[in-house]
Design a protein around this ligand. Structure first.
Ligand code: SAH
Ligand code: SF4
Ligand code: F3S
Length: 468
């Protein structure tokens, strides 16, 4: 009989990808993914440790799961509860002290060992804790991707871990050392995903542009070269990558943005702060002007490039002047969207120990508000600037309103339009007619004035459908 597997994912896209792979690893053991934890045979929380709030969510969820686990036991069944991901890596066996009903705790580099961990947990001789960084690569040992990508857009992990040790960040400790998957493995997975119907590939990595994968001829490829090869994979129409680091934005990658039409004109390039003093204290190893210059070079290569970023306010020692420098950088660059966070002291990171320099909470609040106001205004202006233009939209979901499809613009905005469902998975020209803070509205258009909605016969024996 099939066993029900419920996986709840927190944190970054790397975790979203990993959750899919865990389901792949567990499928041969008879586990089938379900949408709700009630009655599940196994519940995995794939957790995030990046900020305190993210980590605390796990414990409240574990409380709710405890009730469901008891319900299942009353019915004579057993619910195995597992904590995976970055909280598991950071806290290890501590989790079982706080939540004794947890059966398994395992870190991000151990997912290929899941079958044996599950066997041990199901036998029920005490909890299983595995927070090793094994010498072998999980990517070599996990089964091939079998699940269909969720819609026409798929993630592909190419790089993992981080050696940069920004002083605020837990990732180098939770994900381990930087590692790039070999070129052959990445290309094979890309072909498989394209065969399964993926039109858009988003390459993932904590520092994806630090990619340096080994090619079959023993040479080492950077991300630019990898993107060029991926653009040749039949069926792949769009490429993206995330998250990148300013220090790894090399000439070849910048050139790729000018050369590859499939490479979407949108980059998430976190800068964290606009103050050189704070950037140095964060160990980012670049200045605010270095960042400005990188943006200039990227825009020279691809003039319509839109940018996104991450910001931290209230890093230890951040003065009013430092914060003003951040606002100035935002004004200078102009972002299409961005994420901003209050600094959260993370156990074991150098910045958490910068005693006496921590910024008071109310000051963090007011700085966050001011920064978000500026960023939101830029986002609205960017969205409004597209009204009246025609954008290629990849329709990937059915919308809430009848007859409506949702898709993504080249700049990652959500776009809704009335469109027939046969256009799902296709890149279609859409005239943008309205802008909201977080989405755009539009109308499907076609070349030669042919509507794809009305079934006007196409000239020269071609069907209108072929043209979209
Ligand atoms: N590798 C990426 C970021 C990964 S973490 C990079 O180098 O930019 C995602 C974002 O979370 C970071 O960009 C940062 O803005 C935020 N973040 C990380 N640690 C944080 C902390 N301790 N407090 C608040 N925000 C943090
Ligand atoms: Fe964290 Fe810095 Fe590494 Fe990004 S580069 S994951 S912020 S340590
Ligand atoms: Fe969170 Fe781990 Fe990703 S800490 S942001 S889930 S790498």
């Amino acid at each position: 009989m099939k066993k029900k597997l419920f996986i709840k994912t927190y944190g970054c896209q790397m975790n979203v990808y990993d959750s899919g792979r865990m389901a792949d690893v567990l499928a041969p053991l008879g586990y089938e993914p379900v949408d709700a934890p009630e009655g599940a045979d196994m519940v995995i929380l794939n957790t995030c440790h990046i900020r305190e709030k993210a980590a605390e969510k796990v414990y409240s969820e574990l409380g709710r799961i405890r009730t469901l686990q008891k319900d299942k036991a009353t019915e004579g069944g057993r619910m195995v509860v597992a904590v995976a991901g970055c909280v598991a890596q950071a806290e290890g066996a501590e989790i079982m002290l706080r939540a004794p009903h947890v059966d398994m705790v395992f870190g991000p580099q151990t997912y290929h060992q899941l079958p044996e961990m599950v066997t041990r947990a199901v036998r029920g001789t005490g909890g299983v804790v595995n927070i090793d960084f094994p010498v072998e690569s999980k990517f070599d040992l996990m089964p091939e991707e079998t699940a269909k990508p969720n819609g026409p857009s798929a993630f592909l992990s190419v790089q993992e871990g981080c050696d940069k040790f920004c002083t605020f960040c837990v990732v180098p400790y939770t994900r381990g050392a930087e590692f790039s998957r070999p070129v052959g493995q990445v290309l094979a997975e890309a072909r498989r995903l394209a065969d399964l119907g993926a039109v858009e590939l988003t390459l993932l990595g904590q520092n994806v542009n630090a990619y340096h994968g080994e090619a079959p001829d023993d040479s080492t490829w950077g991300l630019g070269r990898l993107l060029r090869a991926l653009a040749e994979v039949p069926g792949v129409k769009r490429l993206r990558y995330t998250t990148s680091h300013p220090r790894d934005m090399d000439d070849d990658l910048i050139a790729a943005h000018g050369e590859l039409p499939a490479l979407m004109p949108f980059i998430h390039l976190p800068v964290q702060s606009g103050s050189d003093r704070i950037l140095a204290a964060m160990n980012r190893k670049h200045t605010a002007d270095d960042y400005r210059r990188i943006i200039d070079r990227l825009r020279a290569a691809r003039p319509d490039l839109a940018l996104s970023s991450d910001f931290i306010v209230g890093f230890p020692g951040e003065s009013d002047q430092d914060f003003a420098d951040t606002l100035r950088l935002v004004t200078d660059v102009g972002f299409a969207q961005a994420y901003s966070f209050k600094y959260s002291a993370r156990p074991g990171t150098p910045a958490a120990g910068m005693d006496g320099r921590q910024v008071p909470e109310d000051m963090k609040d007011s700085r966050l508000q001011a920064l978000q106001q500026l960023l939101n205004a830029q986002q609205v202006a960017f969205n409004e600037g597209l009204v009246g233009t025609v954008q290629p939209i990849l329709f990937d979901r059915v919308g809430k309103k009848p007859g409506q499809l949702l898709g993504r613009s080249p700049f990652m905005q959500s776009v809704h339009a009335i469109a027939p469902s046969r256009l799902l998975g296709q890149v279609v020209d859409v005239r943008i007619t309205g802008a909201h803070a977080n989405s755009l509205g539009g109308e499907v258009v076609t070349v030669d004035g042919l509507s794809v909605i009305e079934t006007t016969p196409a000239p020269a024996g071609r069907q209108a459908e072929e043209r979209v």
